[in-house]
Design a binder for this molecule. Structure first.
Ligand code: MV4
Length: 449
């Protein structure tokens, strides 16, 4: 097992990784930017190294600075958390070259999954249903038109290097294709440095459902069920739950098996998430794979009993899957609300000092956060300040717990999304499980777009 791990991240996920290390009796090194000197991940790590100015590109994204911190503290592994360097194949390669274990998939897998058209082709070849679309990237306007004619309208143009919605364009008619194909390529070039785009049939009102997977370094892979993440705005998820009300046990087993078999074929190791869209008619289509631990991993932890971060660490240290994961027991229902430091009506980020802070507790409630009374939320990073996660014997109990926990969650001094979550949990459609990716626009018209 590792002796010492550097956590190349900040906020709640850095603290979450520190929790796992403490339970495994592994020493921890925090890295921090000048804006995070007084952050809790710095306080609770055994050692801490400042890696640069507030801006992410000067600190948390600066590979030489992170590797230097790892070298001088003599760690044997780095946990990248999510975001920042977590899916950066070059970073994983530099870690390997420096004889530091990267707690995540291999650089080859990171590269494959980072090129969405390649991931799509690989998963289709391995028996996972994908959205009907183009064979790889479409390199010129003529082949785009030909492919589009074959796929039919509406369709969606996606950047191969994209993710999180950037570089996407919905095309409704033949006439719209040439200009939108051009702007999508320009946006892809600007955002990712690569102009490559591909085409998919556009699904109008899909659900977003993803499978959590774990693989070891010996070819073993398992899945830990799904998460329903349909409630999102501008590709930022707001509420996630497990299990999804849209899946029967048979369907879950069938899709889960396909996912596991495909990832065995590609040699996937460590934690990952396979994203699907579910059509109105119940069909499932793979869209992309996230080769990292995700923000919403706690809902899977609460319904399976598995500690995903400890599993990641054990797998990276060379343990076999069964030992690394431990017993799995699917039980009850879990829901997470992402509490953001932002105006609940306009979604404008709200940085500043937290003057009062009360976290809910009691049966079935978990809060993952690095926020506290008197903490200053800097304006430089993601606005997520806490994850409120509940567990209940069934969905109704989980919803009741979330409602009372939201009521008992007090954050003063900055604006938060708590009031928005309270409106979501008051909706009849939410209670009935009638969800799709347009839920927010239709249920809360002011919050559309
Ligand atoms: C789609 C889709 C419909 N059809 N792909 C959004 C984030 C990225 N992971 C994939 N996304 C989507 N992919 C096909 N073939 C719908 C979404 C989508 C979406 C698209 C445009 C505007 C808002 C959206 C909200 C959620 C999902």
């Amino acid at each position: 097992m590792f002796r010492k791990i550097l956590i190349a991240n900040r906020g709640e996920i850095a603290l979450r990784v520190i929790c796992a290390c403490k339970e495994l009796d592994i020493a921890t090194v925090a890295v921090y930017s000048e804006a995070d000197r007084n952050a809790l991940h710095v306080r609770f790590a055994d050692e801490a190294v400042c890696i640069g100015p507030a801006r992410s590109s000067d600190s948390y994204l600066n590979i030489p600075h992170v590797i230097s911190a790892a070298e001088i503290t003599d760690v044997d592994a780095i946990h990248p958390g999510y975001g920042f360097l977590s899916e950066n194949a070059n970073f994983a390669e530099v870690c390997e070259a420096s004889q530091i274990a990267f707690i995540g998939p291999s650089p080859e897998i990171l590269r494959l999954m980072g090129e969405k058209d390649h991931a799509r082709r690989e998963m289709a070849a391995a028996g996972v249903p994908v959205v009907p679309g183009s064979e790889g990237i479409v390199g010129d306007a003529e082949s785009a038109a030909a492919e589009a004619g074959r796929i039919g309208y509406p369709l969606i143009i996606k950047a191969s290097a994209g993710g999180g919605g950037r570089g996407m364009r919905v095309v409704r008619t033949r006439e719209e294709l040439p200009p939108l194909w051009e702007t999508a390529r320009q946006e892809a070039q600007q955002s990712f440095g690569v102009p490559d785009v591909y085409l998919e049939k556009f699904l109008e009102r899909p659900r977003h459902i993803e499978f959590q997977v774990l693989g070891d370094r010996y070819g073993n892979v398992l899945h830990l069920g799904e998460r329903e993440c349909s409630i999102q705005r501008r590709h930022q998820k707001l509420v996630e739950e497990s299990p999804s009300v849209a899946l029967t046990p048979e369907r879950r087993a069938e899709l889960g098996n396909r996912v596991v078999n495909a990832l065995r074929k590609v040699g996937y190791s460590n934690a990952g998430t396979v994203e699907f869209l579910m059509d109105e008619d119940g069909s499932f289509y793979f869209i992309e794979m996230n080769a990292r631990i995700q923000v919403e991993h706690p809902v899977t932890e609460l319904v399976t009993g598995v500690d995903l971060i400890k599993s990641q660490i054990r797998i990276a240290a060379g343990e076999r899957l069964e030992a690394a994961v431990g017993p799995i027991e699917f039980r009850g229902h879990s829901i997470e609300c992402r509490i953001n430091a932002e105006d609940p009506d306009t979604f404008v980020p709200s940085a500043g000092r937290i003057t009062a802070f009360n976290m809910p507790g009691g049966p079935g409630v978990r809060v993952d956060t690095a926020a506290h009374a008197d903490a200053v939320i800097p304006p430089y990073y993601d606005s997520l300040i806490a994850k409120l996660i509940v567990h209940g014997r069934d969905r109704a109990e989980a919803i009741a717990r979330m409602r009372r926990a939201l009521e008992m969650f007090v954050v003063e001094g900055i604006k938060t999304s708590i009031p928005l979550h309270q409106r979501i949990f008051a909706e009849a459609d939410f209670e009935a499980g009638h969800l799709d990716t347009h839920f927010l626009e239709h249920v809360l018209p002011v919050h559309g777009k």
